[in-house]
Design a protein around this ligand. Structure first.
Ligand code: ZN
Ligand code: ZN
Ligand code: ZN
Length: 330
């Protein structure tokens, strides 16, 4: 990288902002800086990618962190001054550095410029190919969702299902809360008795997106003899996921039995033993919302391998903006 301390001019401007622009992980200038939304410390995006493989906290120990572009730091870095790596005597601000090093420097001859151009062309060609592939995939997969907003989110959903299903599956929208009504009976009417696997995605008012998948069949269970009107079922493929962090959470043994979906006619799609992992309140859930870890005080533990409230970035309660259910089919 030409944007490194090696070519940096350590002028007064740099000295006044040094703490902001040096990454404490790699000790070099922050490349594509992103920051933890909780403590606002920023790092190279690459450094954080590596960091996340080893730790679920941010480098400053914030639990379940999320990261956004560190715009202010990025702007500061654009104004840092560099020496030319080809050895001319110009002083170049970072924002013009790449163009200078590859095309504008007076030390470059035509052959150098041509080779740099060719390299750039090949990179663009590669990018074009990838874009075309992405487009072809999205066009073919054609998921009808108001929650999934970009190709990254759609790719994630496709990936977690591809781990269990052979290629060629589609997801057919069966239920959308804002379209079909936001009560348990509305949900069950659309989704019950479908064989093959149901994917549920919840979008909160804070734009956190999580949900669950099971190939168990949803039913409107009513037990006439007792007052309890809910029942747990388990499929062969069951997991929860969060789209924002791109994580999945496997089913584990709860009291030596596996419990995945919780079917109760008057509530929406709940997961875990008696709805412990994801609970959707009865009545109109777009107003009432839901919660994670409903009976934690009673000592009940989650059926899936989630850490406390990790699905909802540390908060037990959530308001629901949208909820969709899809049917996996070939
Ligand atoms: Zn770094
Ligand atoms: Zn942090
Ligand atoms: Zn130069």
């Amino acid at each position: 990288m030409s944007c490194s301390l090696e070519y940096l001019i350590e002028d007064d401007f740099f000295k006044s902002i040094k703490e902001e622009v040096i990454c404490t992980i790699c000790l070099d200038i922050k490349i594509e800086p992103i920051m933890c939304t909780k403590c606002q410390n920023s790092y190279c995006s690459k450094c954080i990618k590596n960091w996340e493989k080893k730790s679920s906290e941010c480098p400053f120990k914030c639990p379940s962190p999320s990261y956004i572009t560190a715009r202010v730091v990025k702007n500061l870095i654009c104004k840092l001054n560099f020496r030319c790596k080809n050895g001319c005597d110009e002083i170049i601000p970072f924002e013009k550095l790449q163009a200078h090093n590859e095309f504008e420097c007076k030390k470059l001859n035509y052959k150098d410029k041509y080779e740099n151009l060719l390299q750039k062309y090949n990179i663009l060609l590669e990018e074009k190919k990838k874009l075309q592939e992405n487009f072809d995939f999205l066009f073919k997969f054609n998921i009808d969702s108001m929650i999934l907003e970009n190709s990254n989110e759609i790719f994630f959903i496709h990936k977690i299902l591809s781990n269990n299903y052979k290629p060629g599956f589609r997801l057919q929208l069966l239920y959308r809360a804002t379209r079909d009504g936001d009560t348990g009976p509305n949900f069950h009417q659309c989704v019950d008795n479908k064989q093959g696997g149901i994917l549920v995605i919840i979008q909160t008012d804070k734009n956190i997106k999580f949900g669950g998948f099971s190939d168990a069949v949803w039913i409107s269970y009513v037990n006439p003899e007792k007052k309890t009107i809910g029942k747990n079922f388990c499929g062969n493929i069951d997991f929860l996921f969060q789209i924002n962090s791109q994580k999945t959470f496997a089913l584990k043994n709860y009291m030596k039995k596996l419990t995945s979906i919780f079917c109760r006619s008057d509530v929406g799609p709940c997961f875990g033993e008696l709805g412990e992992d994801i609970w959707i309140r009865s009545g109109n859930f777009l107003q009432k919302g839901g919660m994670l870890h409903k009976d934690k005080e009673k000592g009940r533990i989650c059926s899936f391998d989630t850490k406390d409230y990790e699905l909802n970035n540390g908060e037990p309660n959530f308001n629901i903006k949208e909820l969709e259910a899809f049917w996996l089919q070939y």
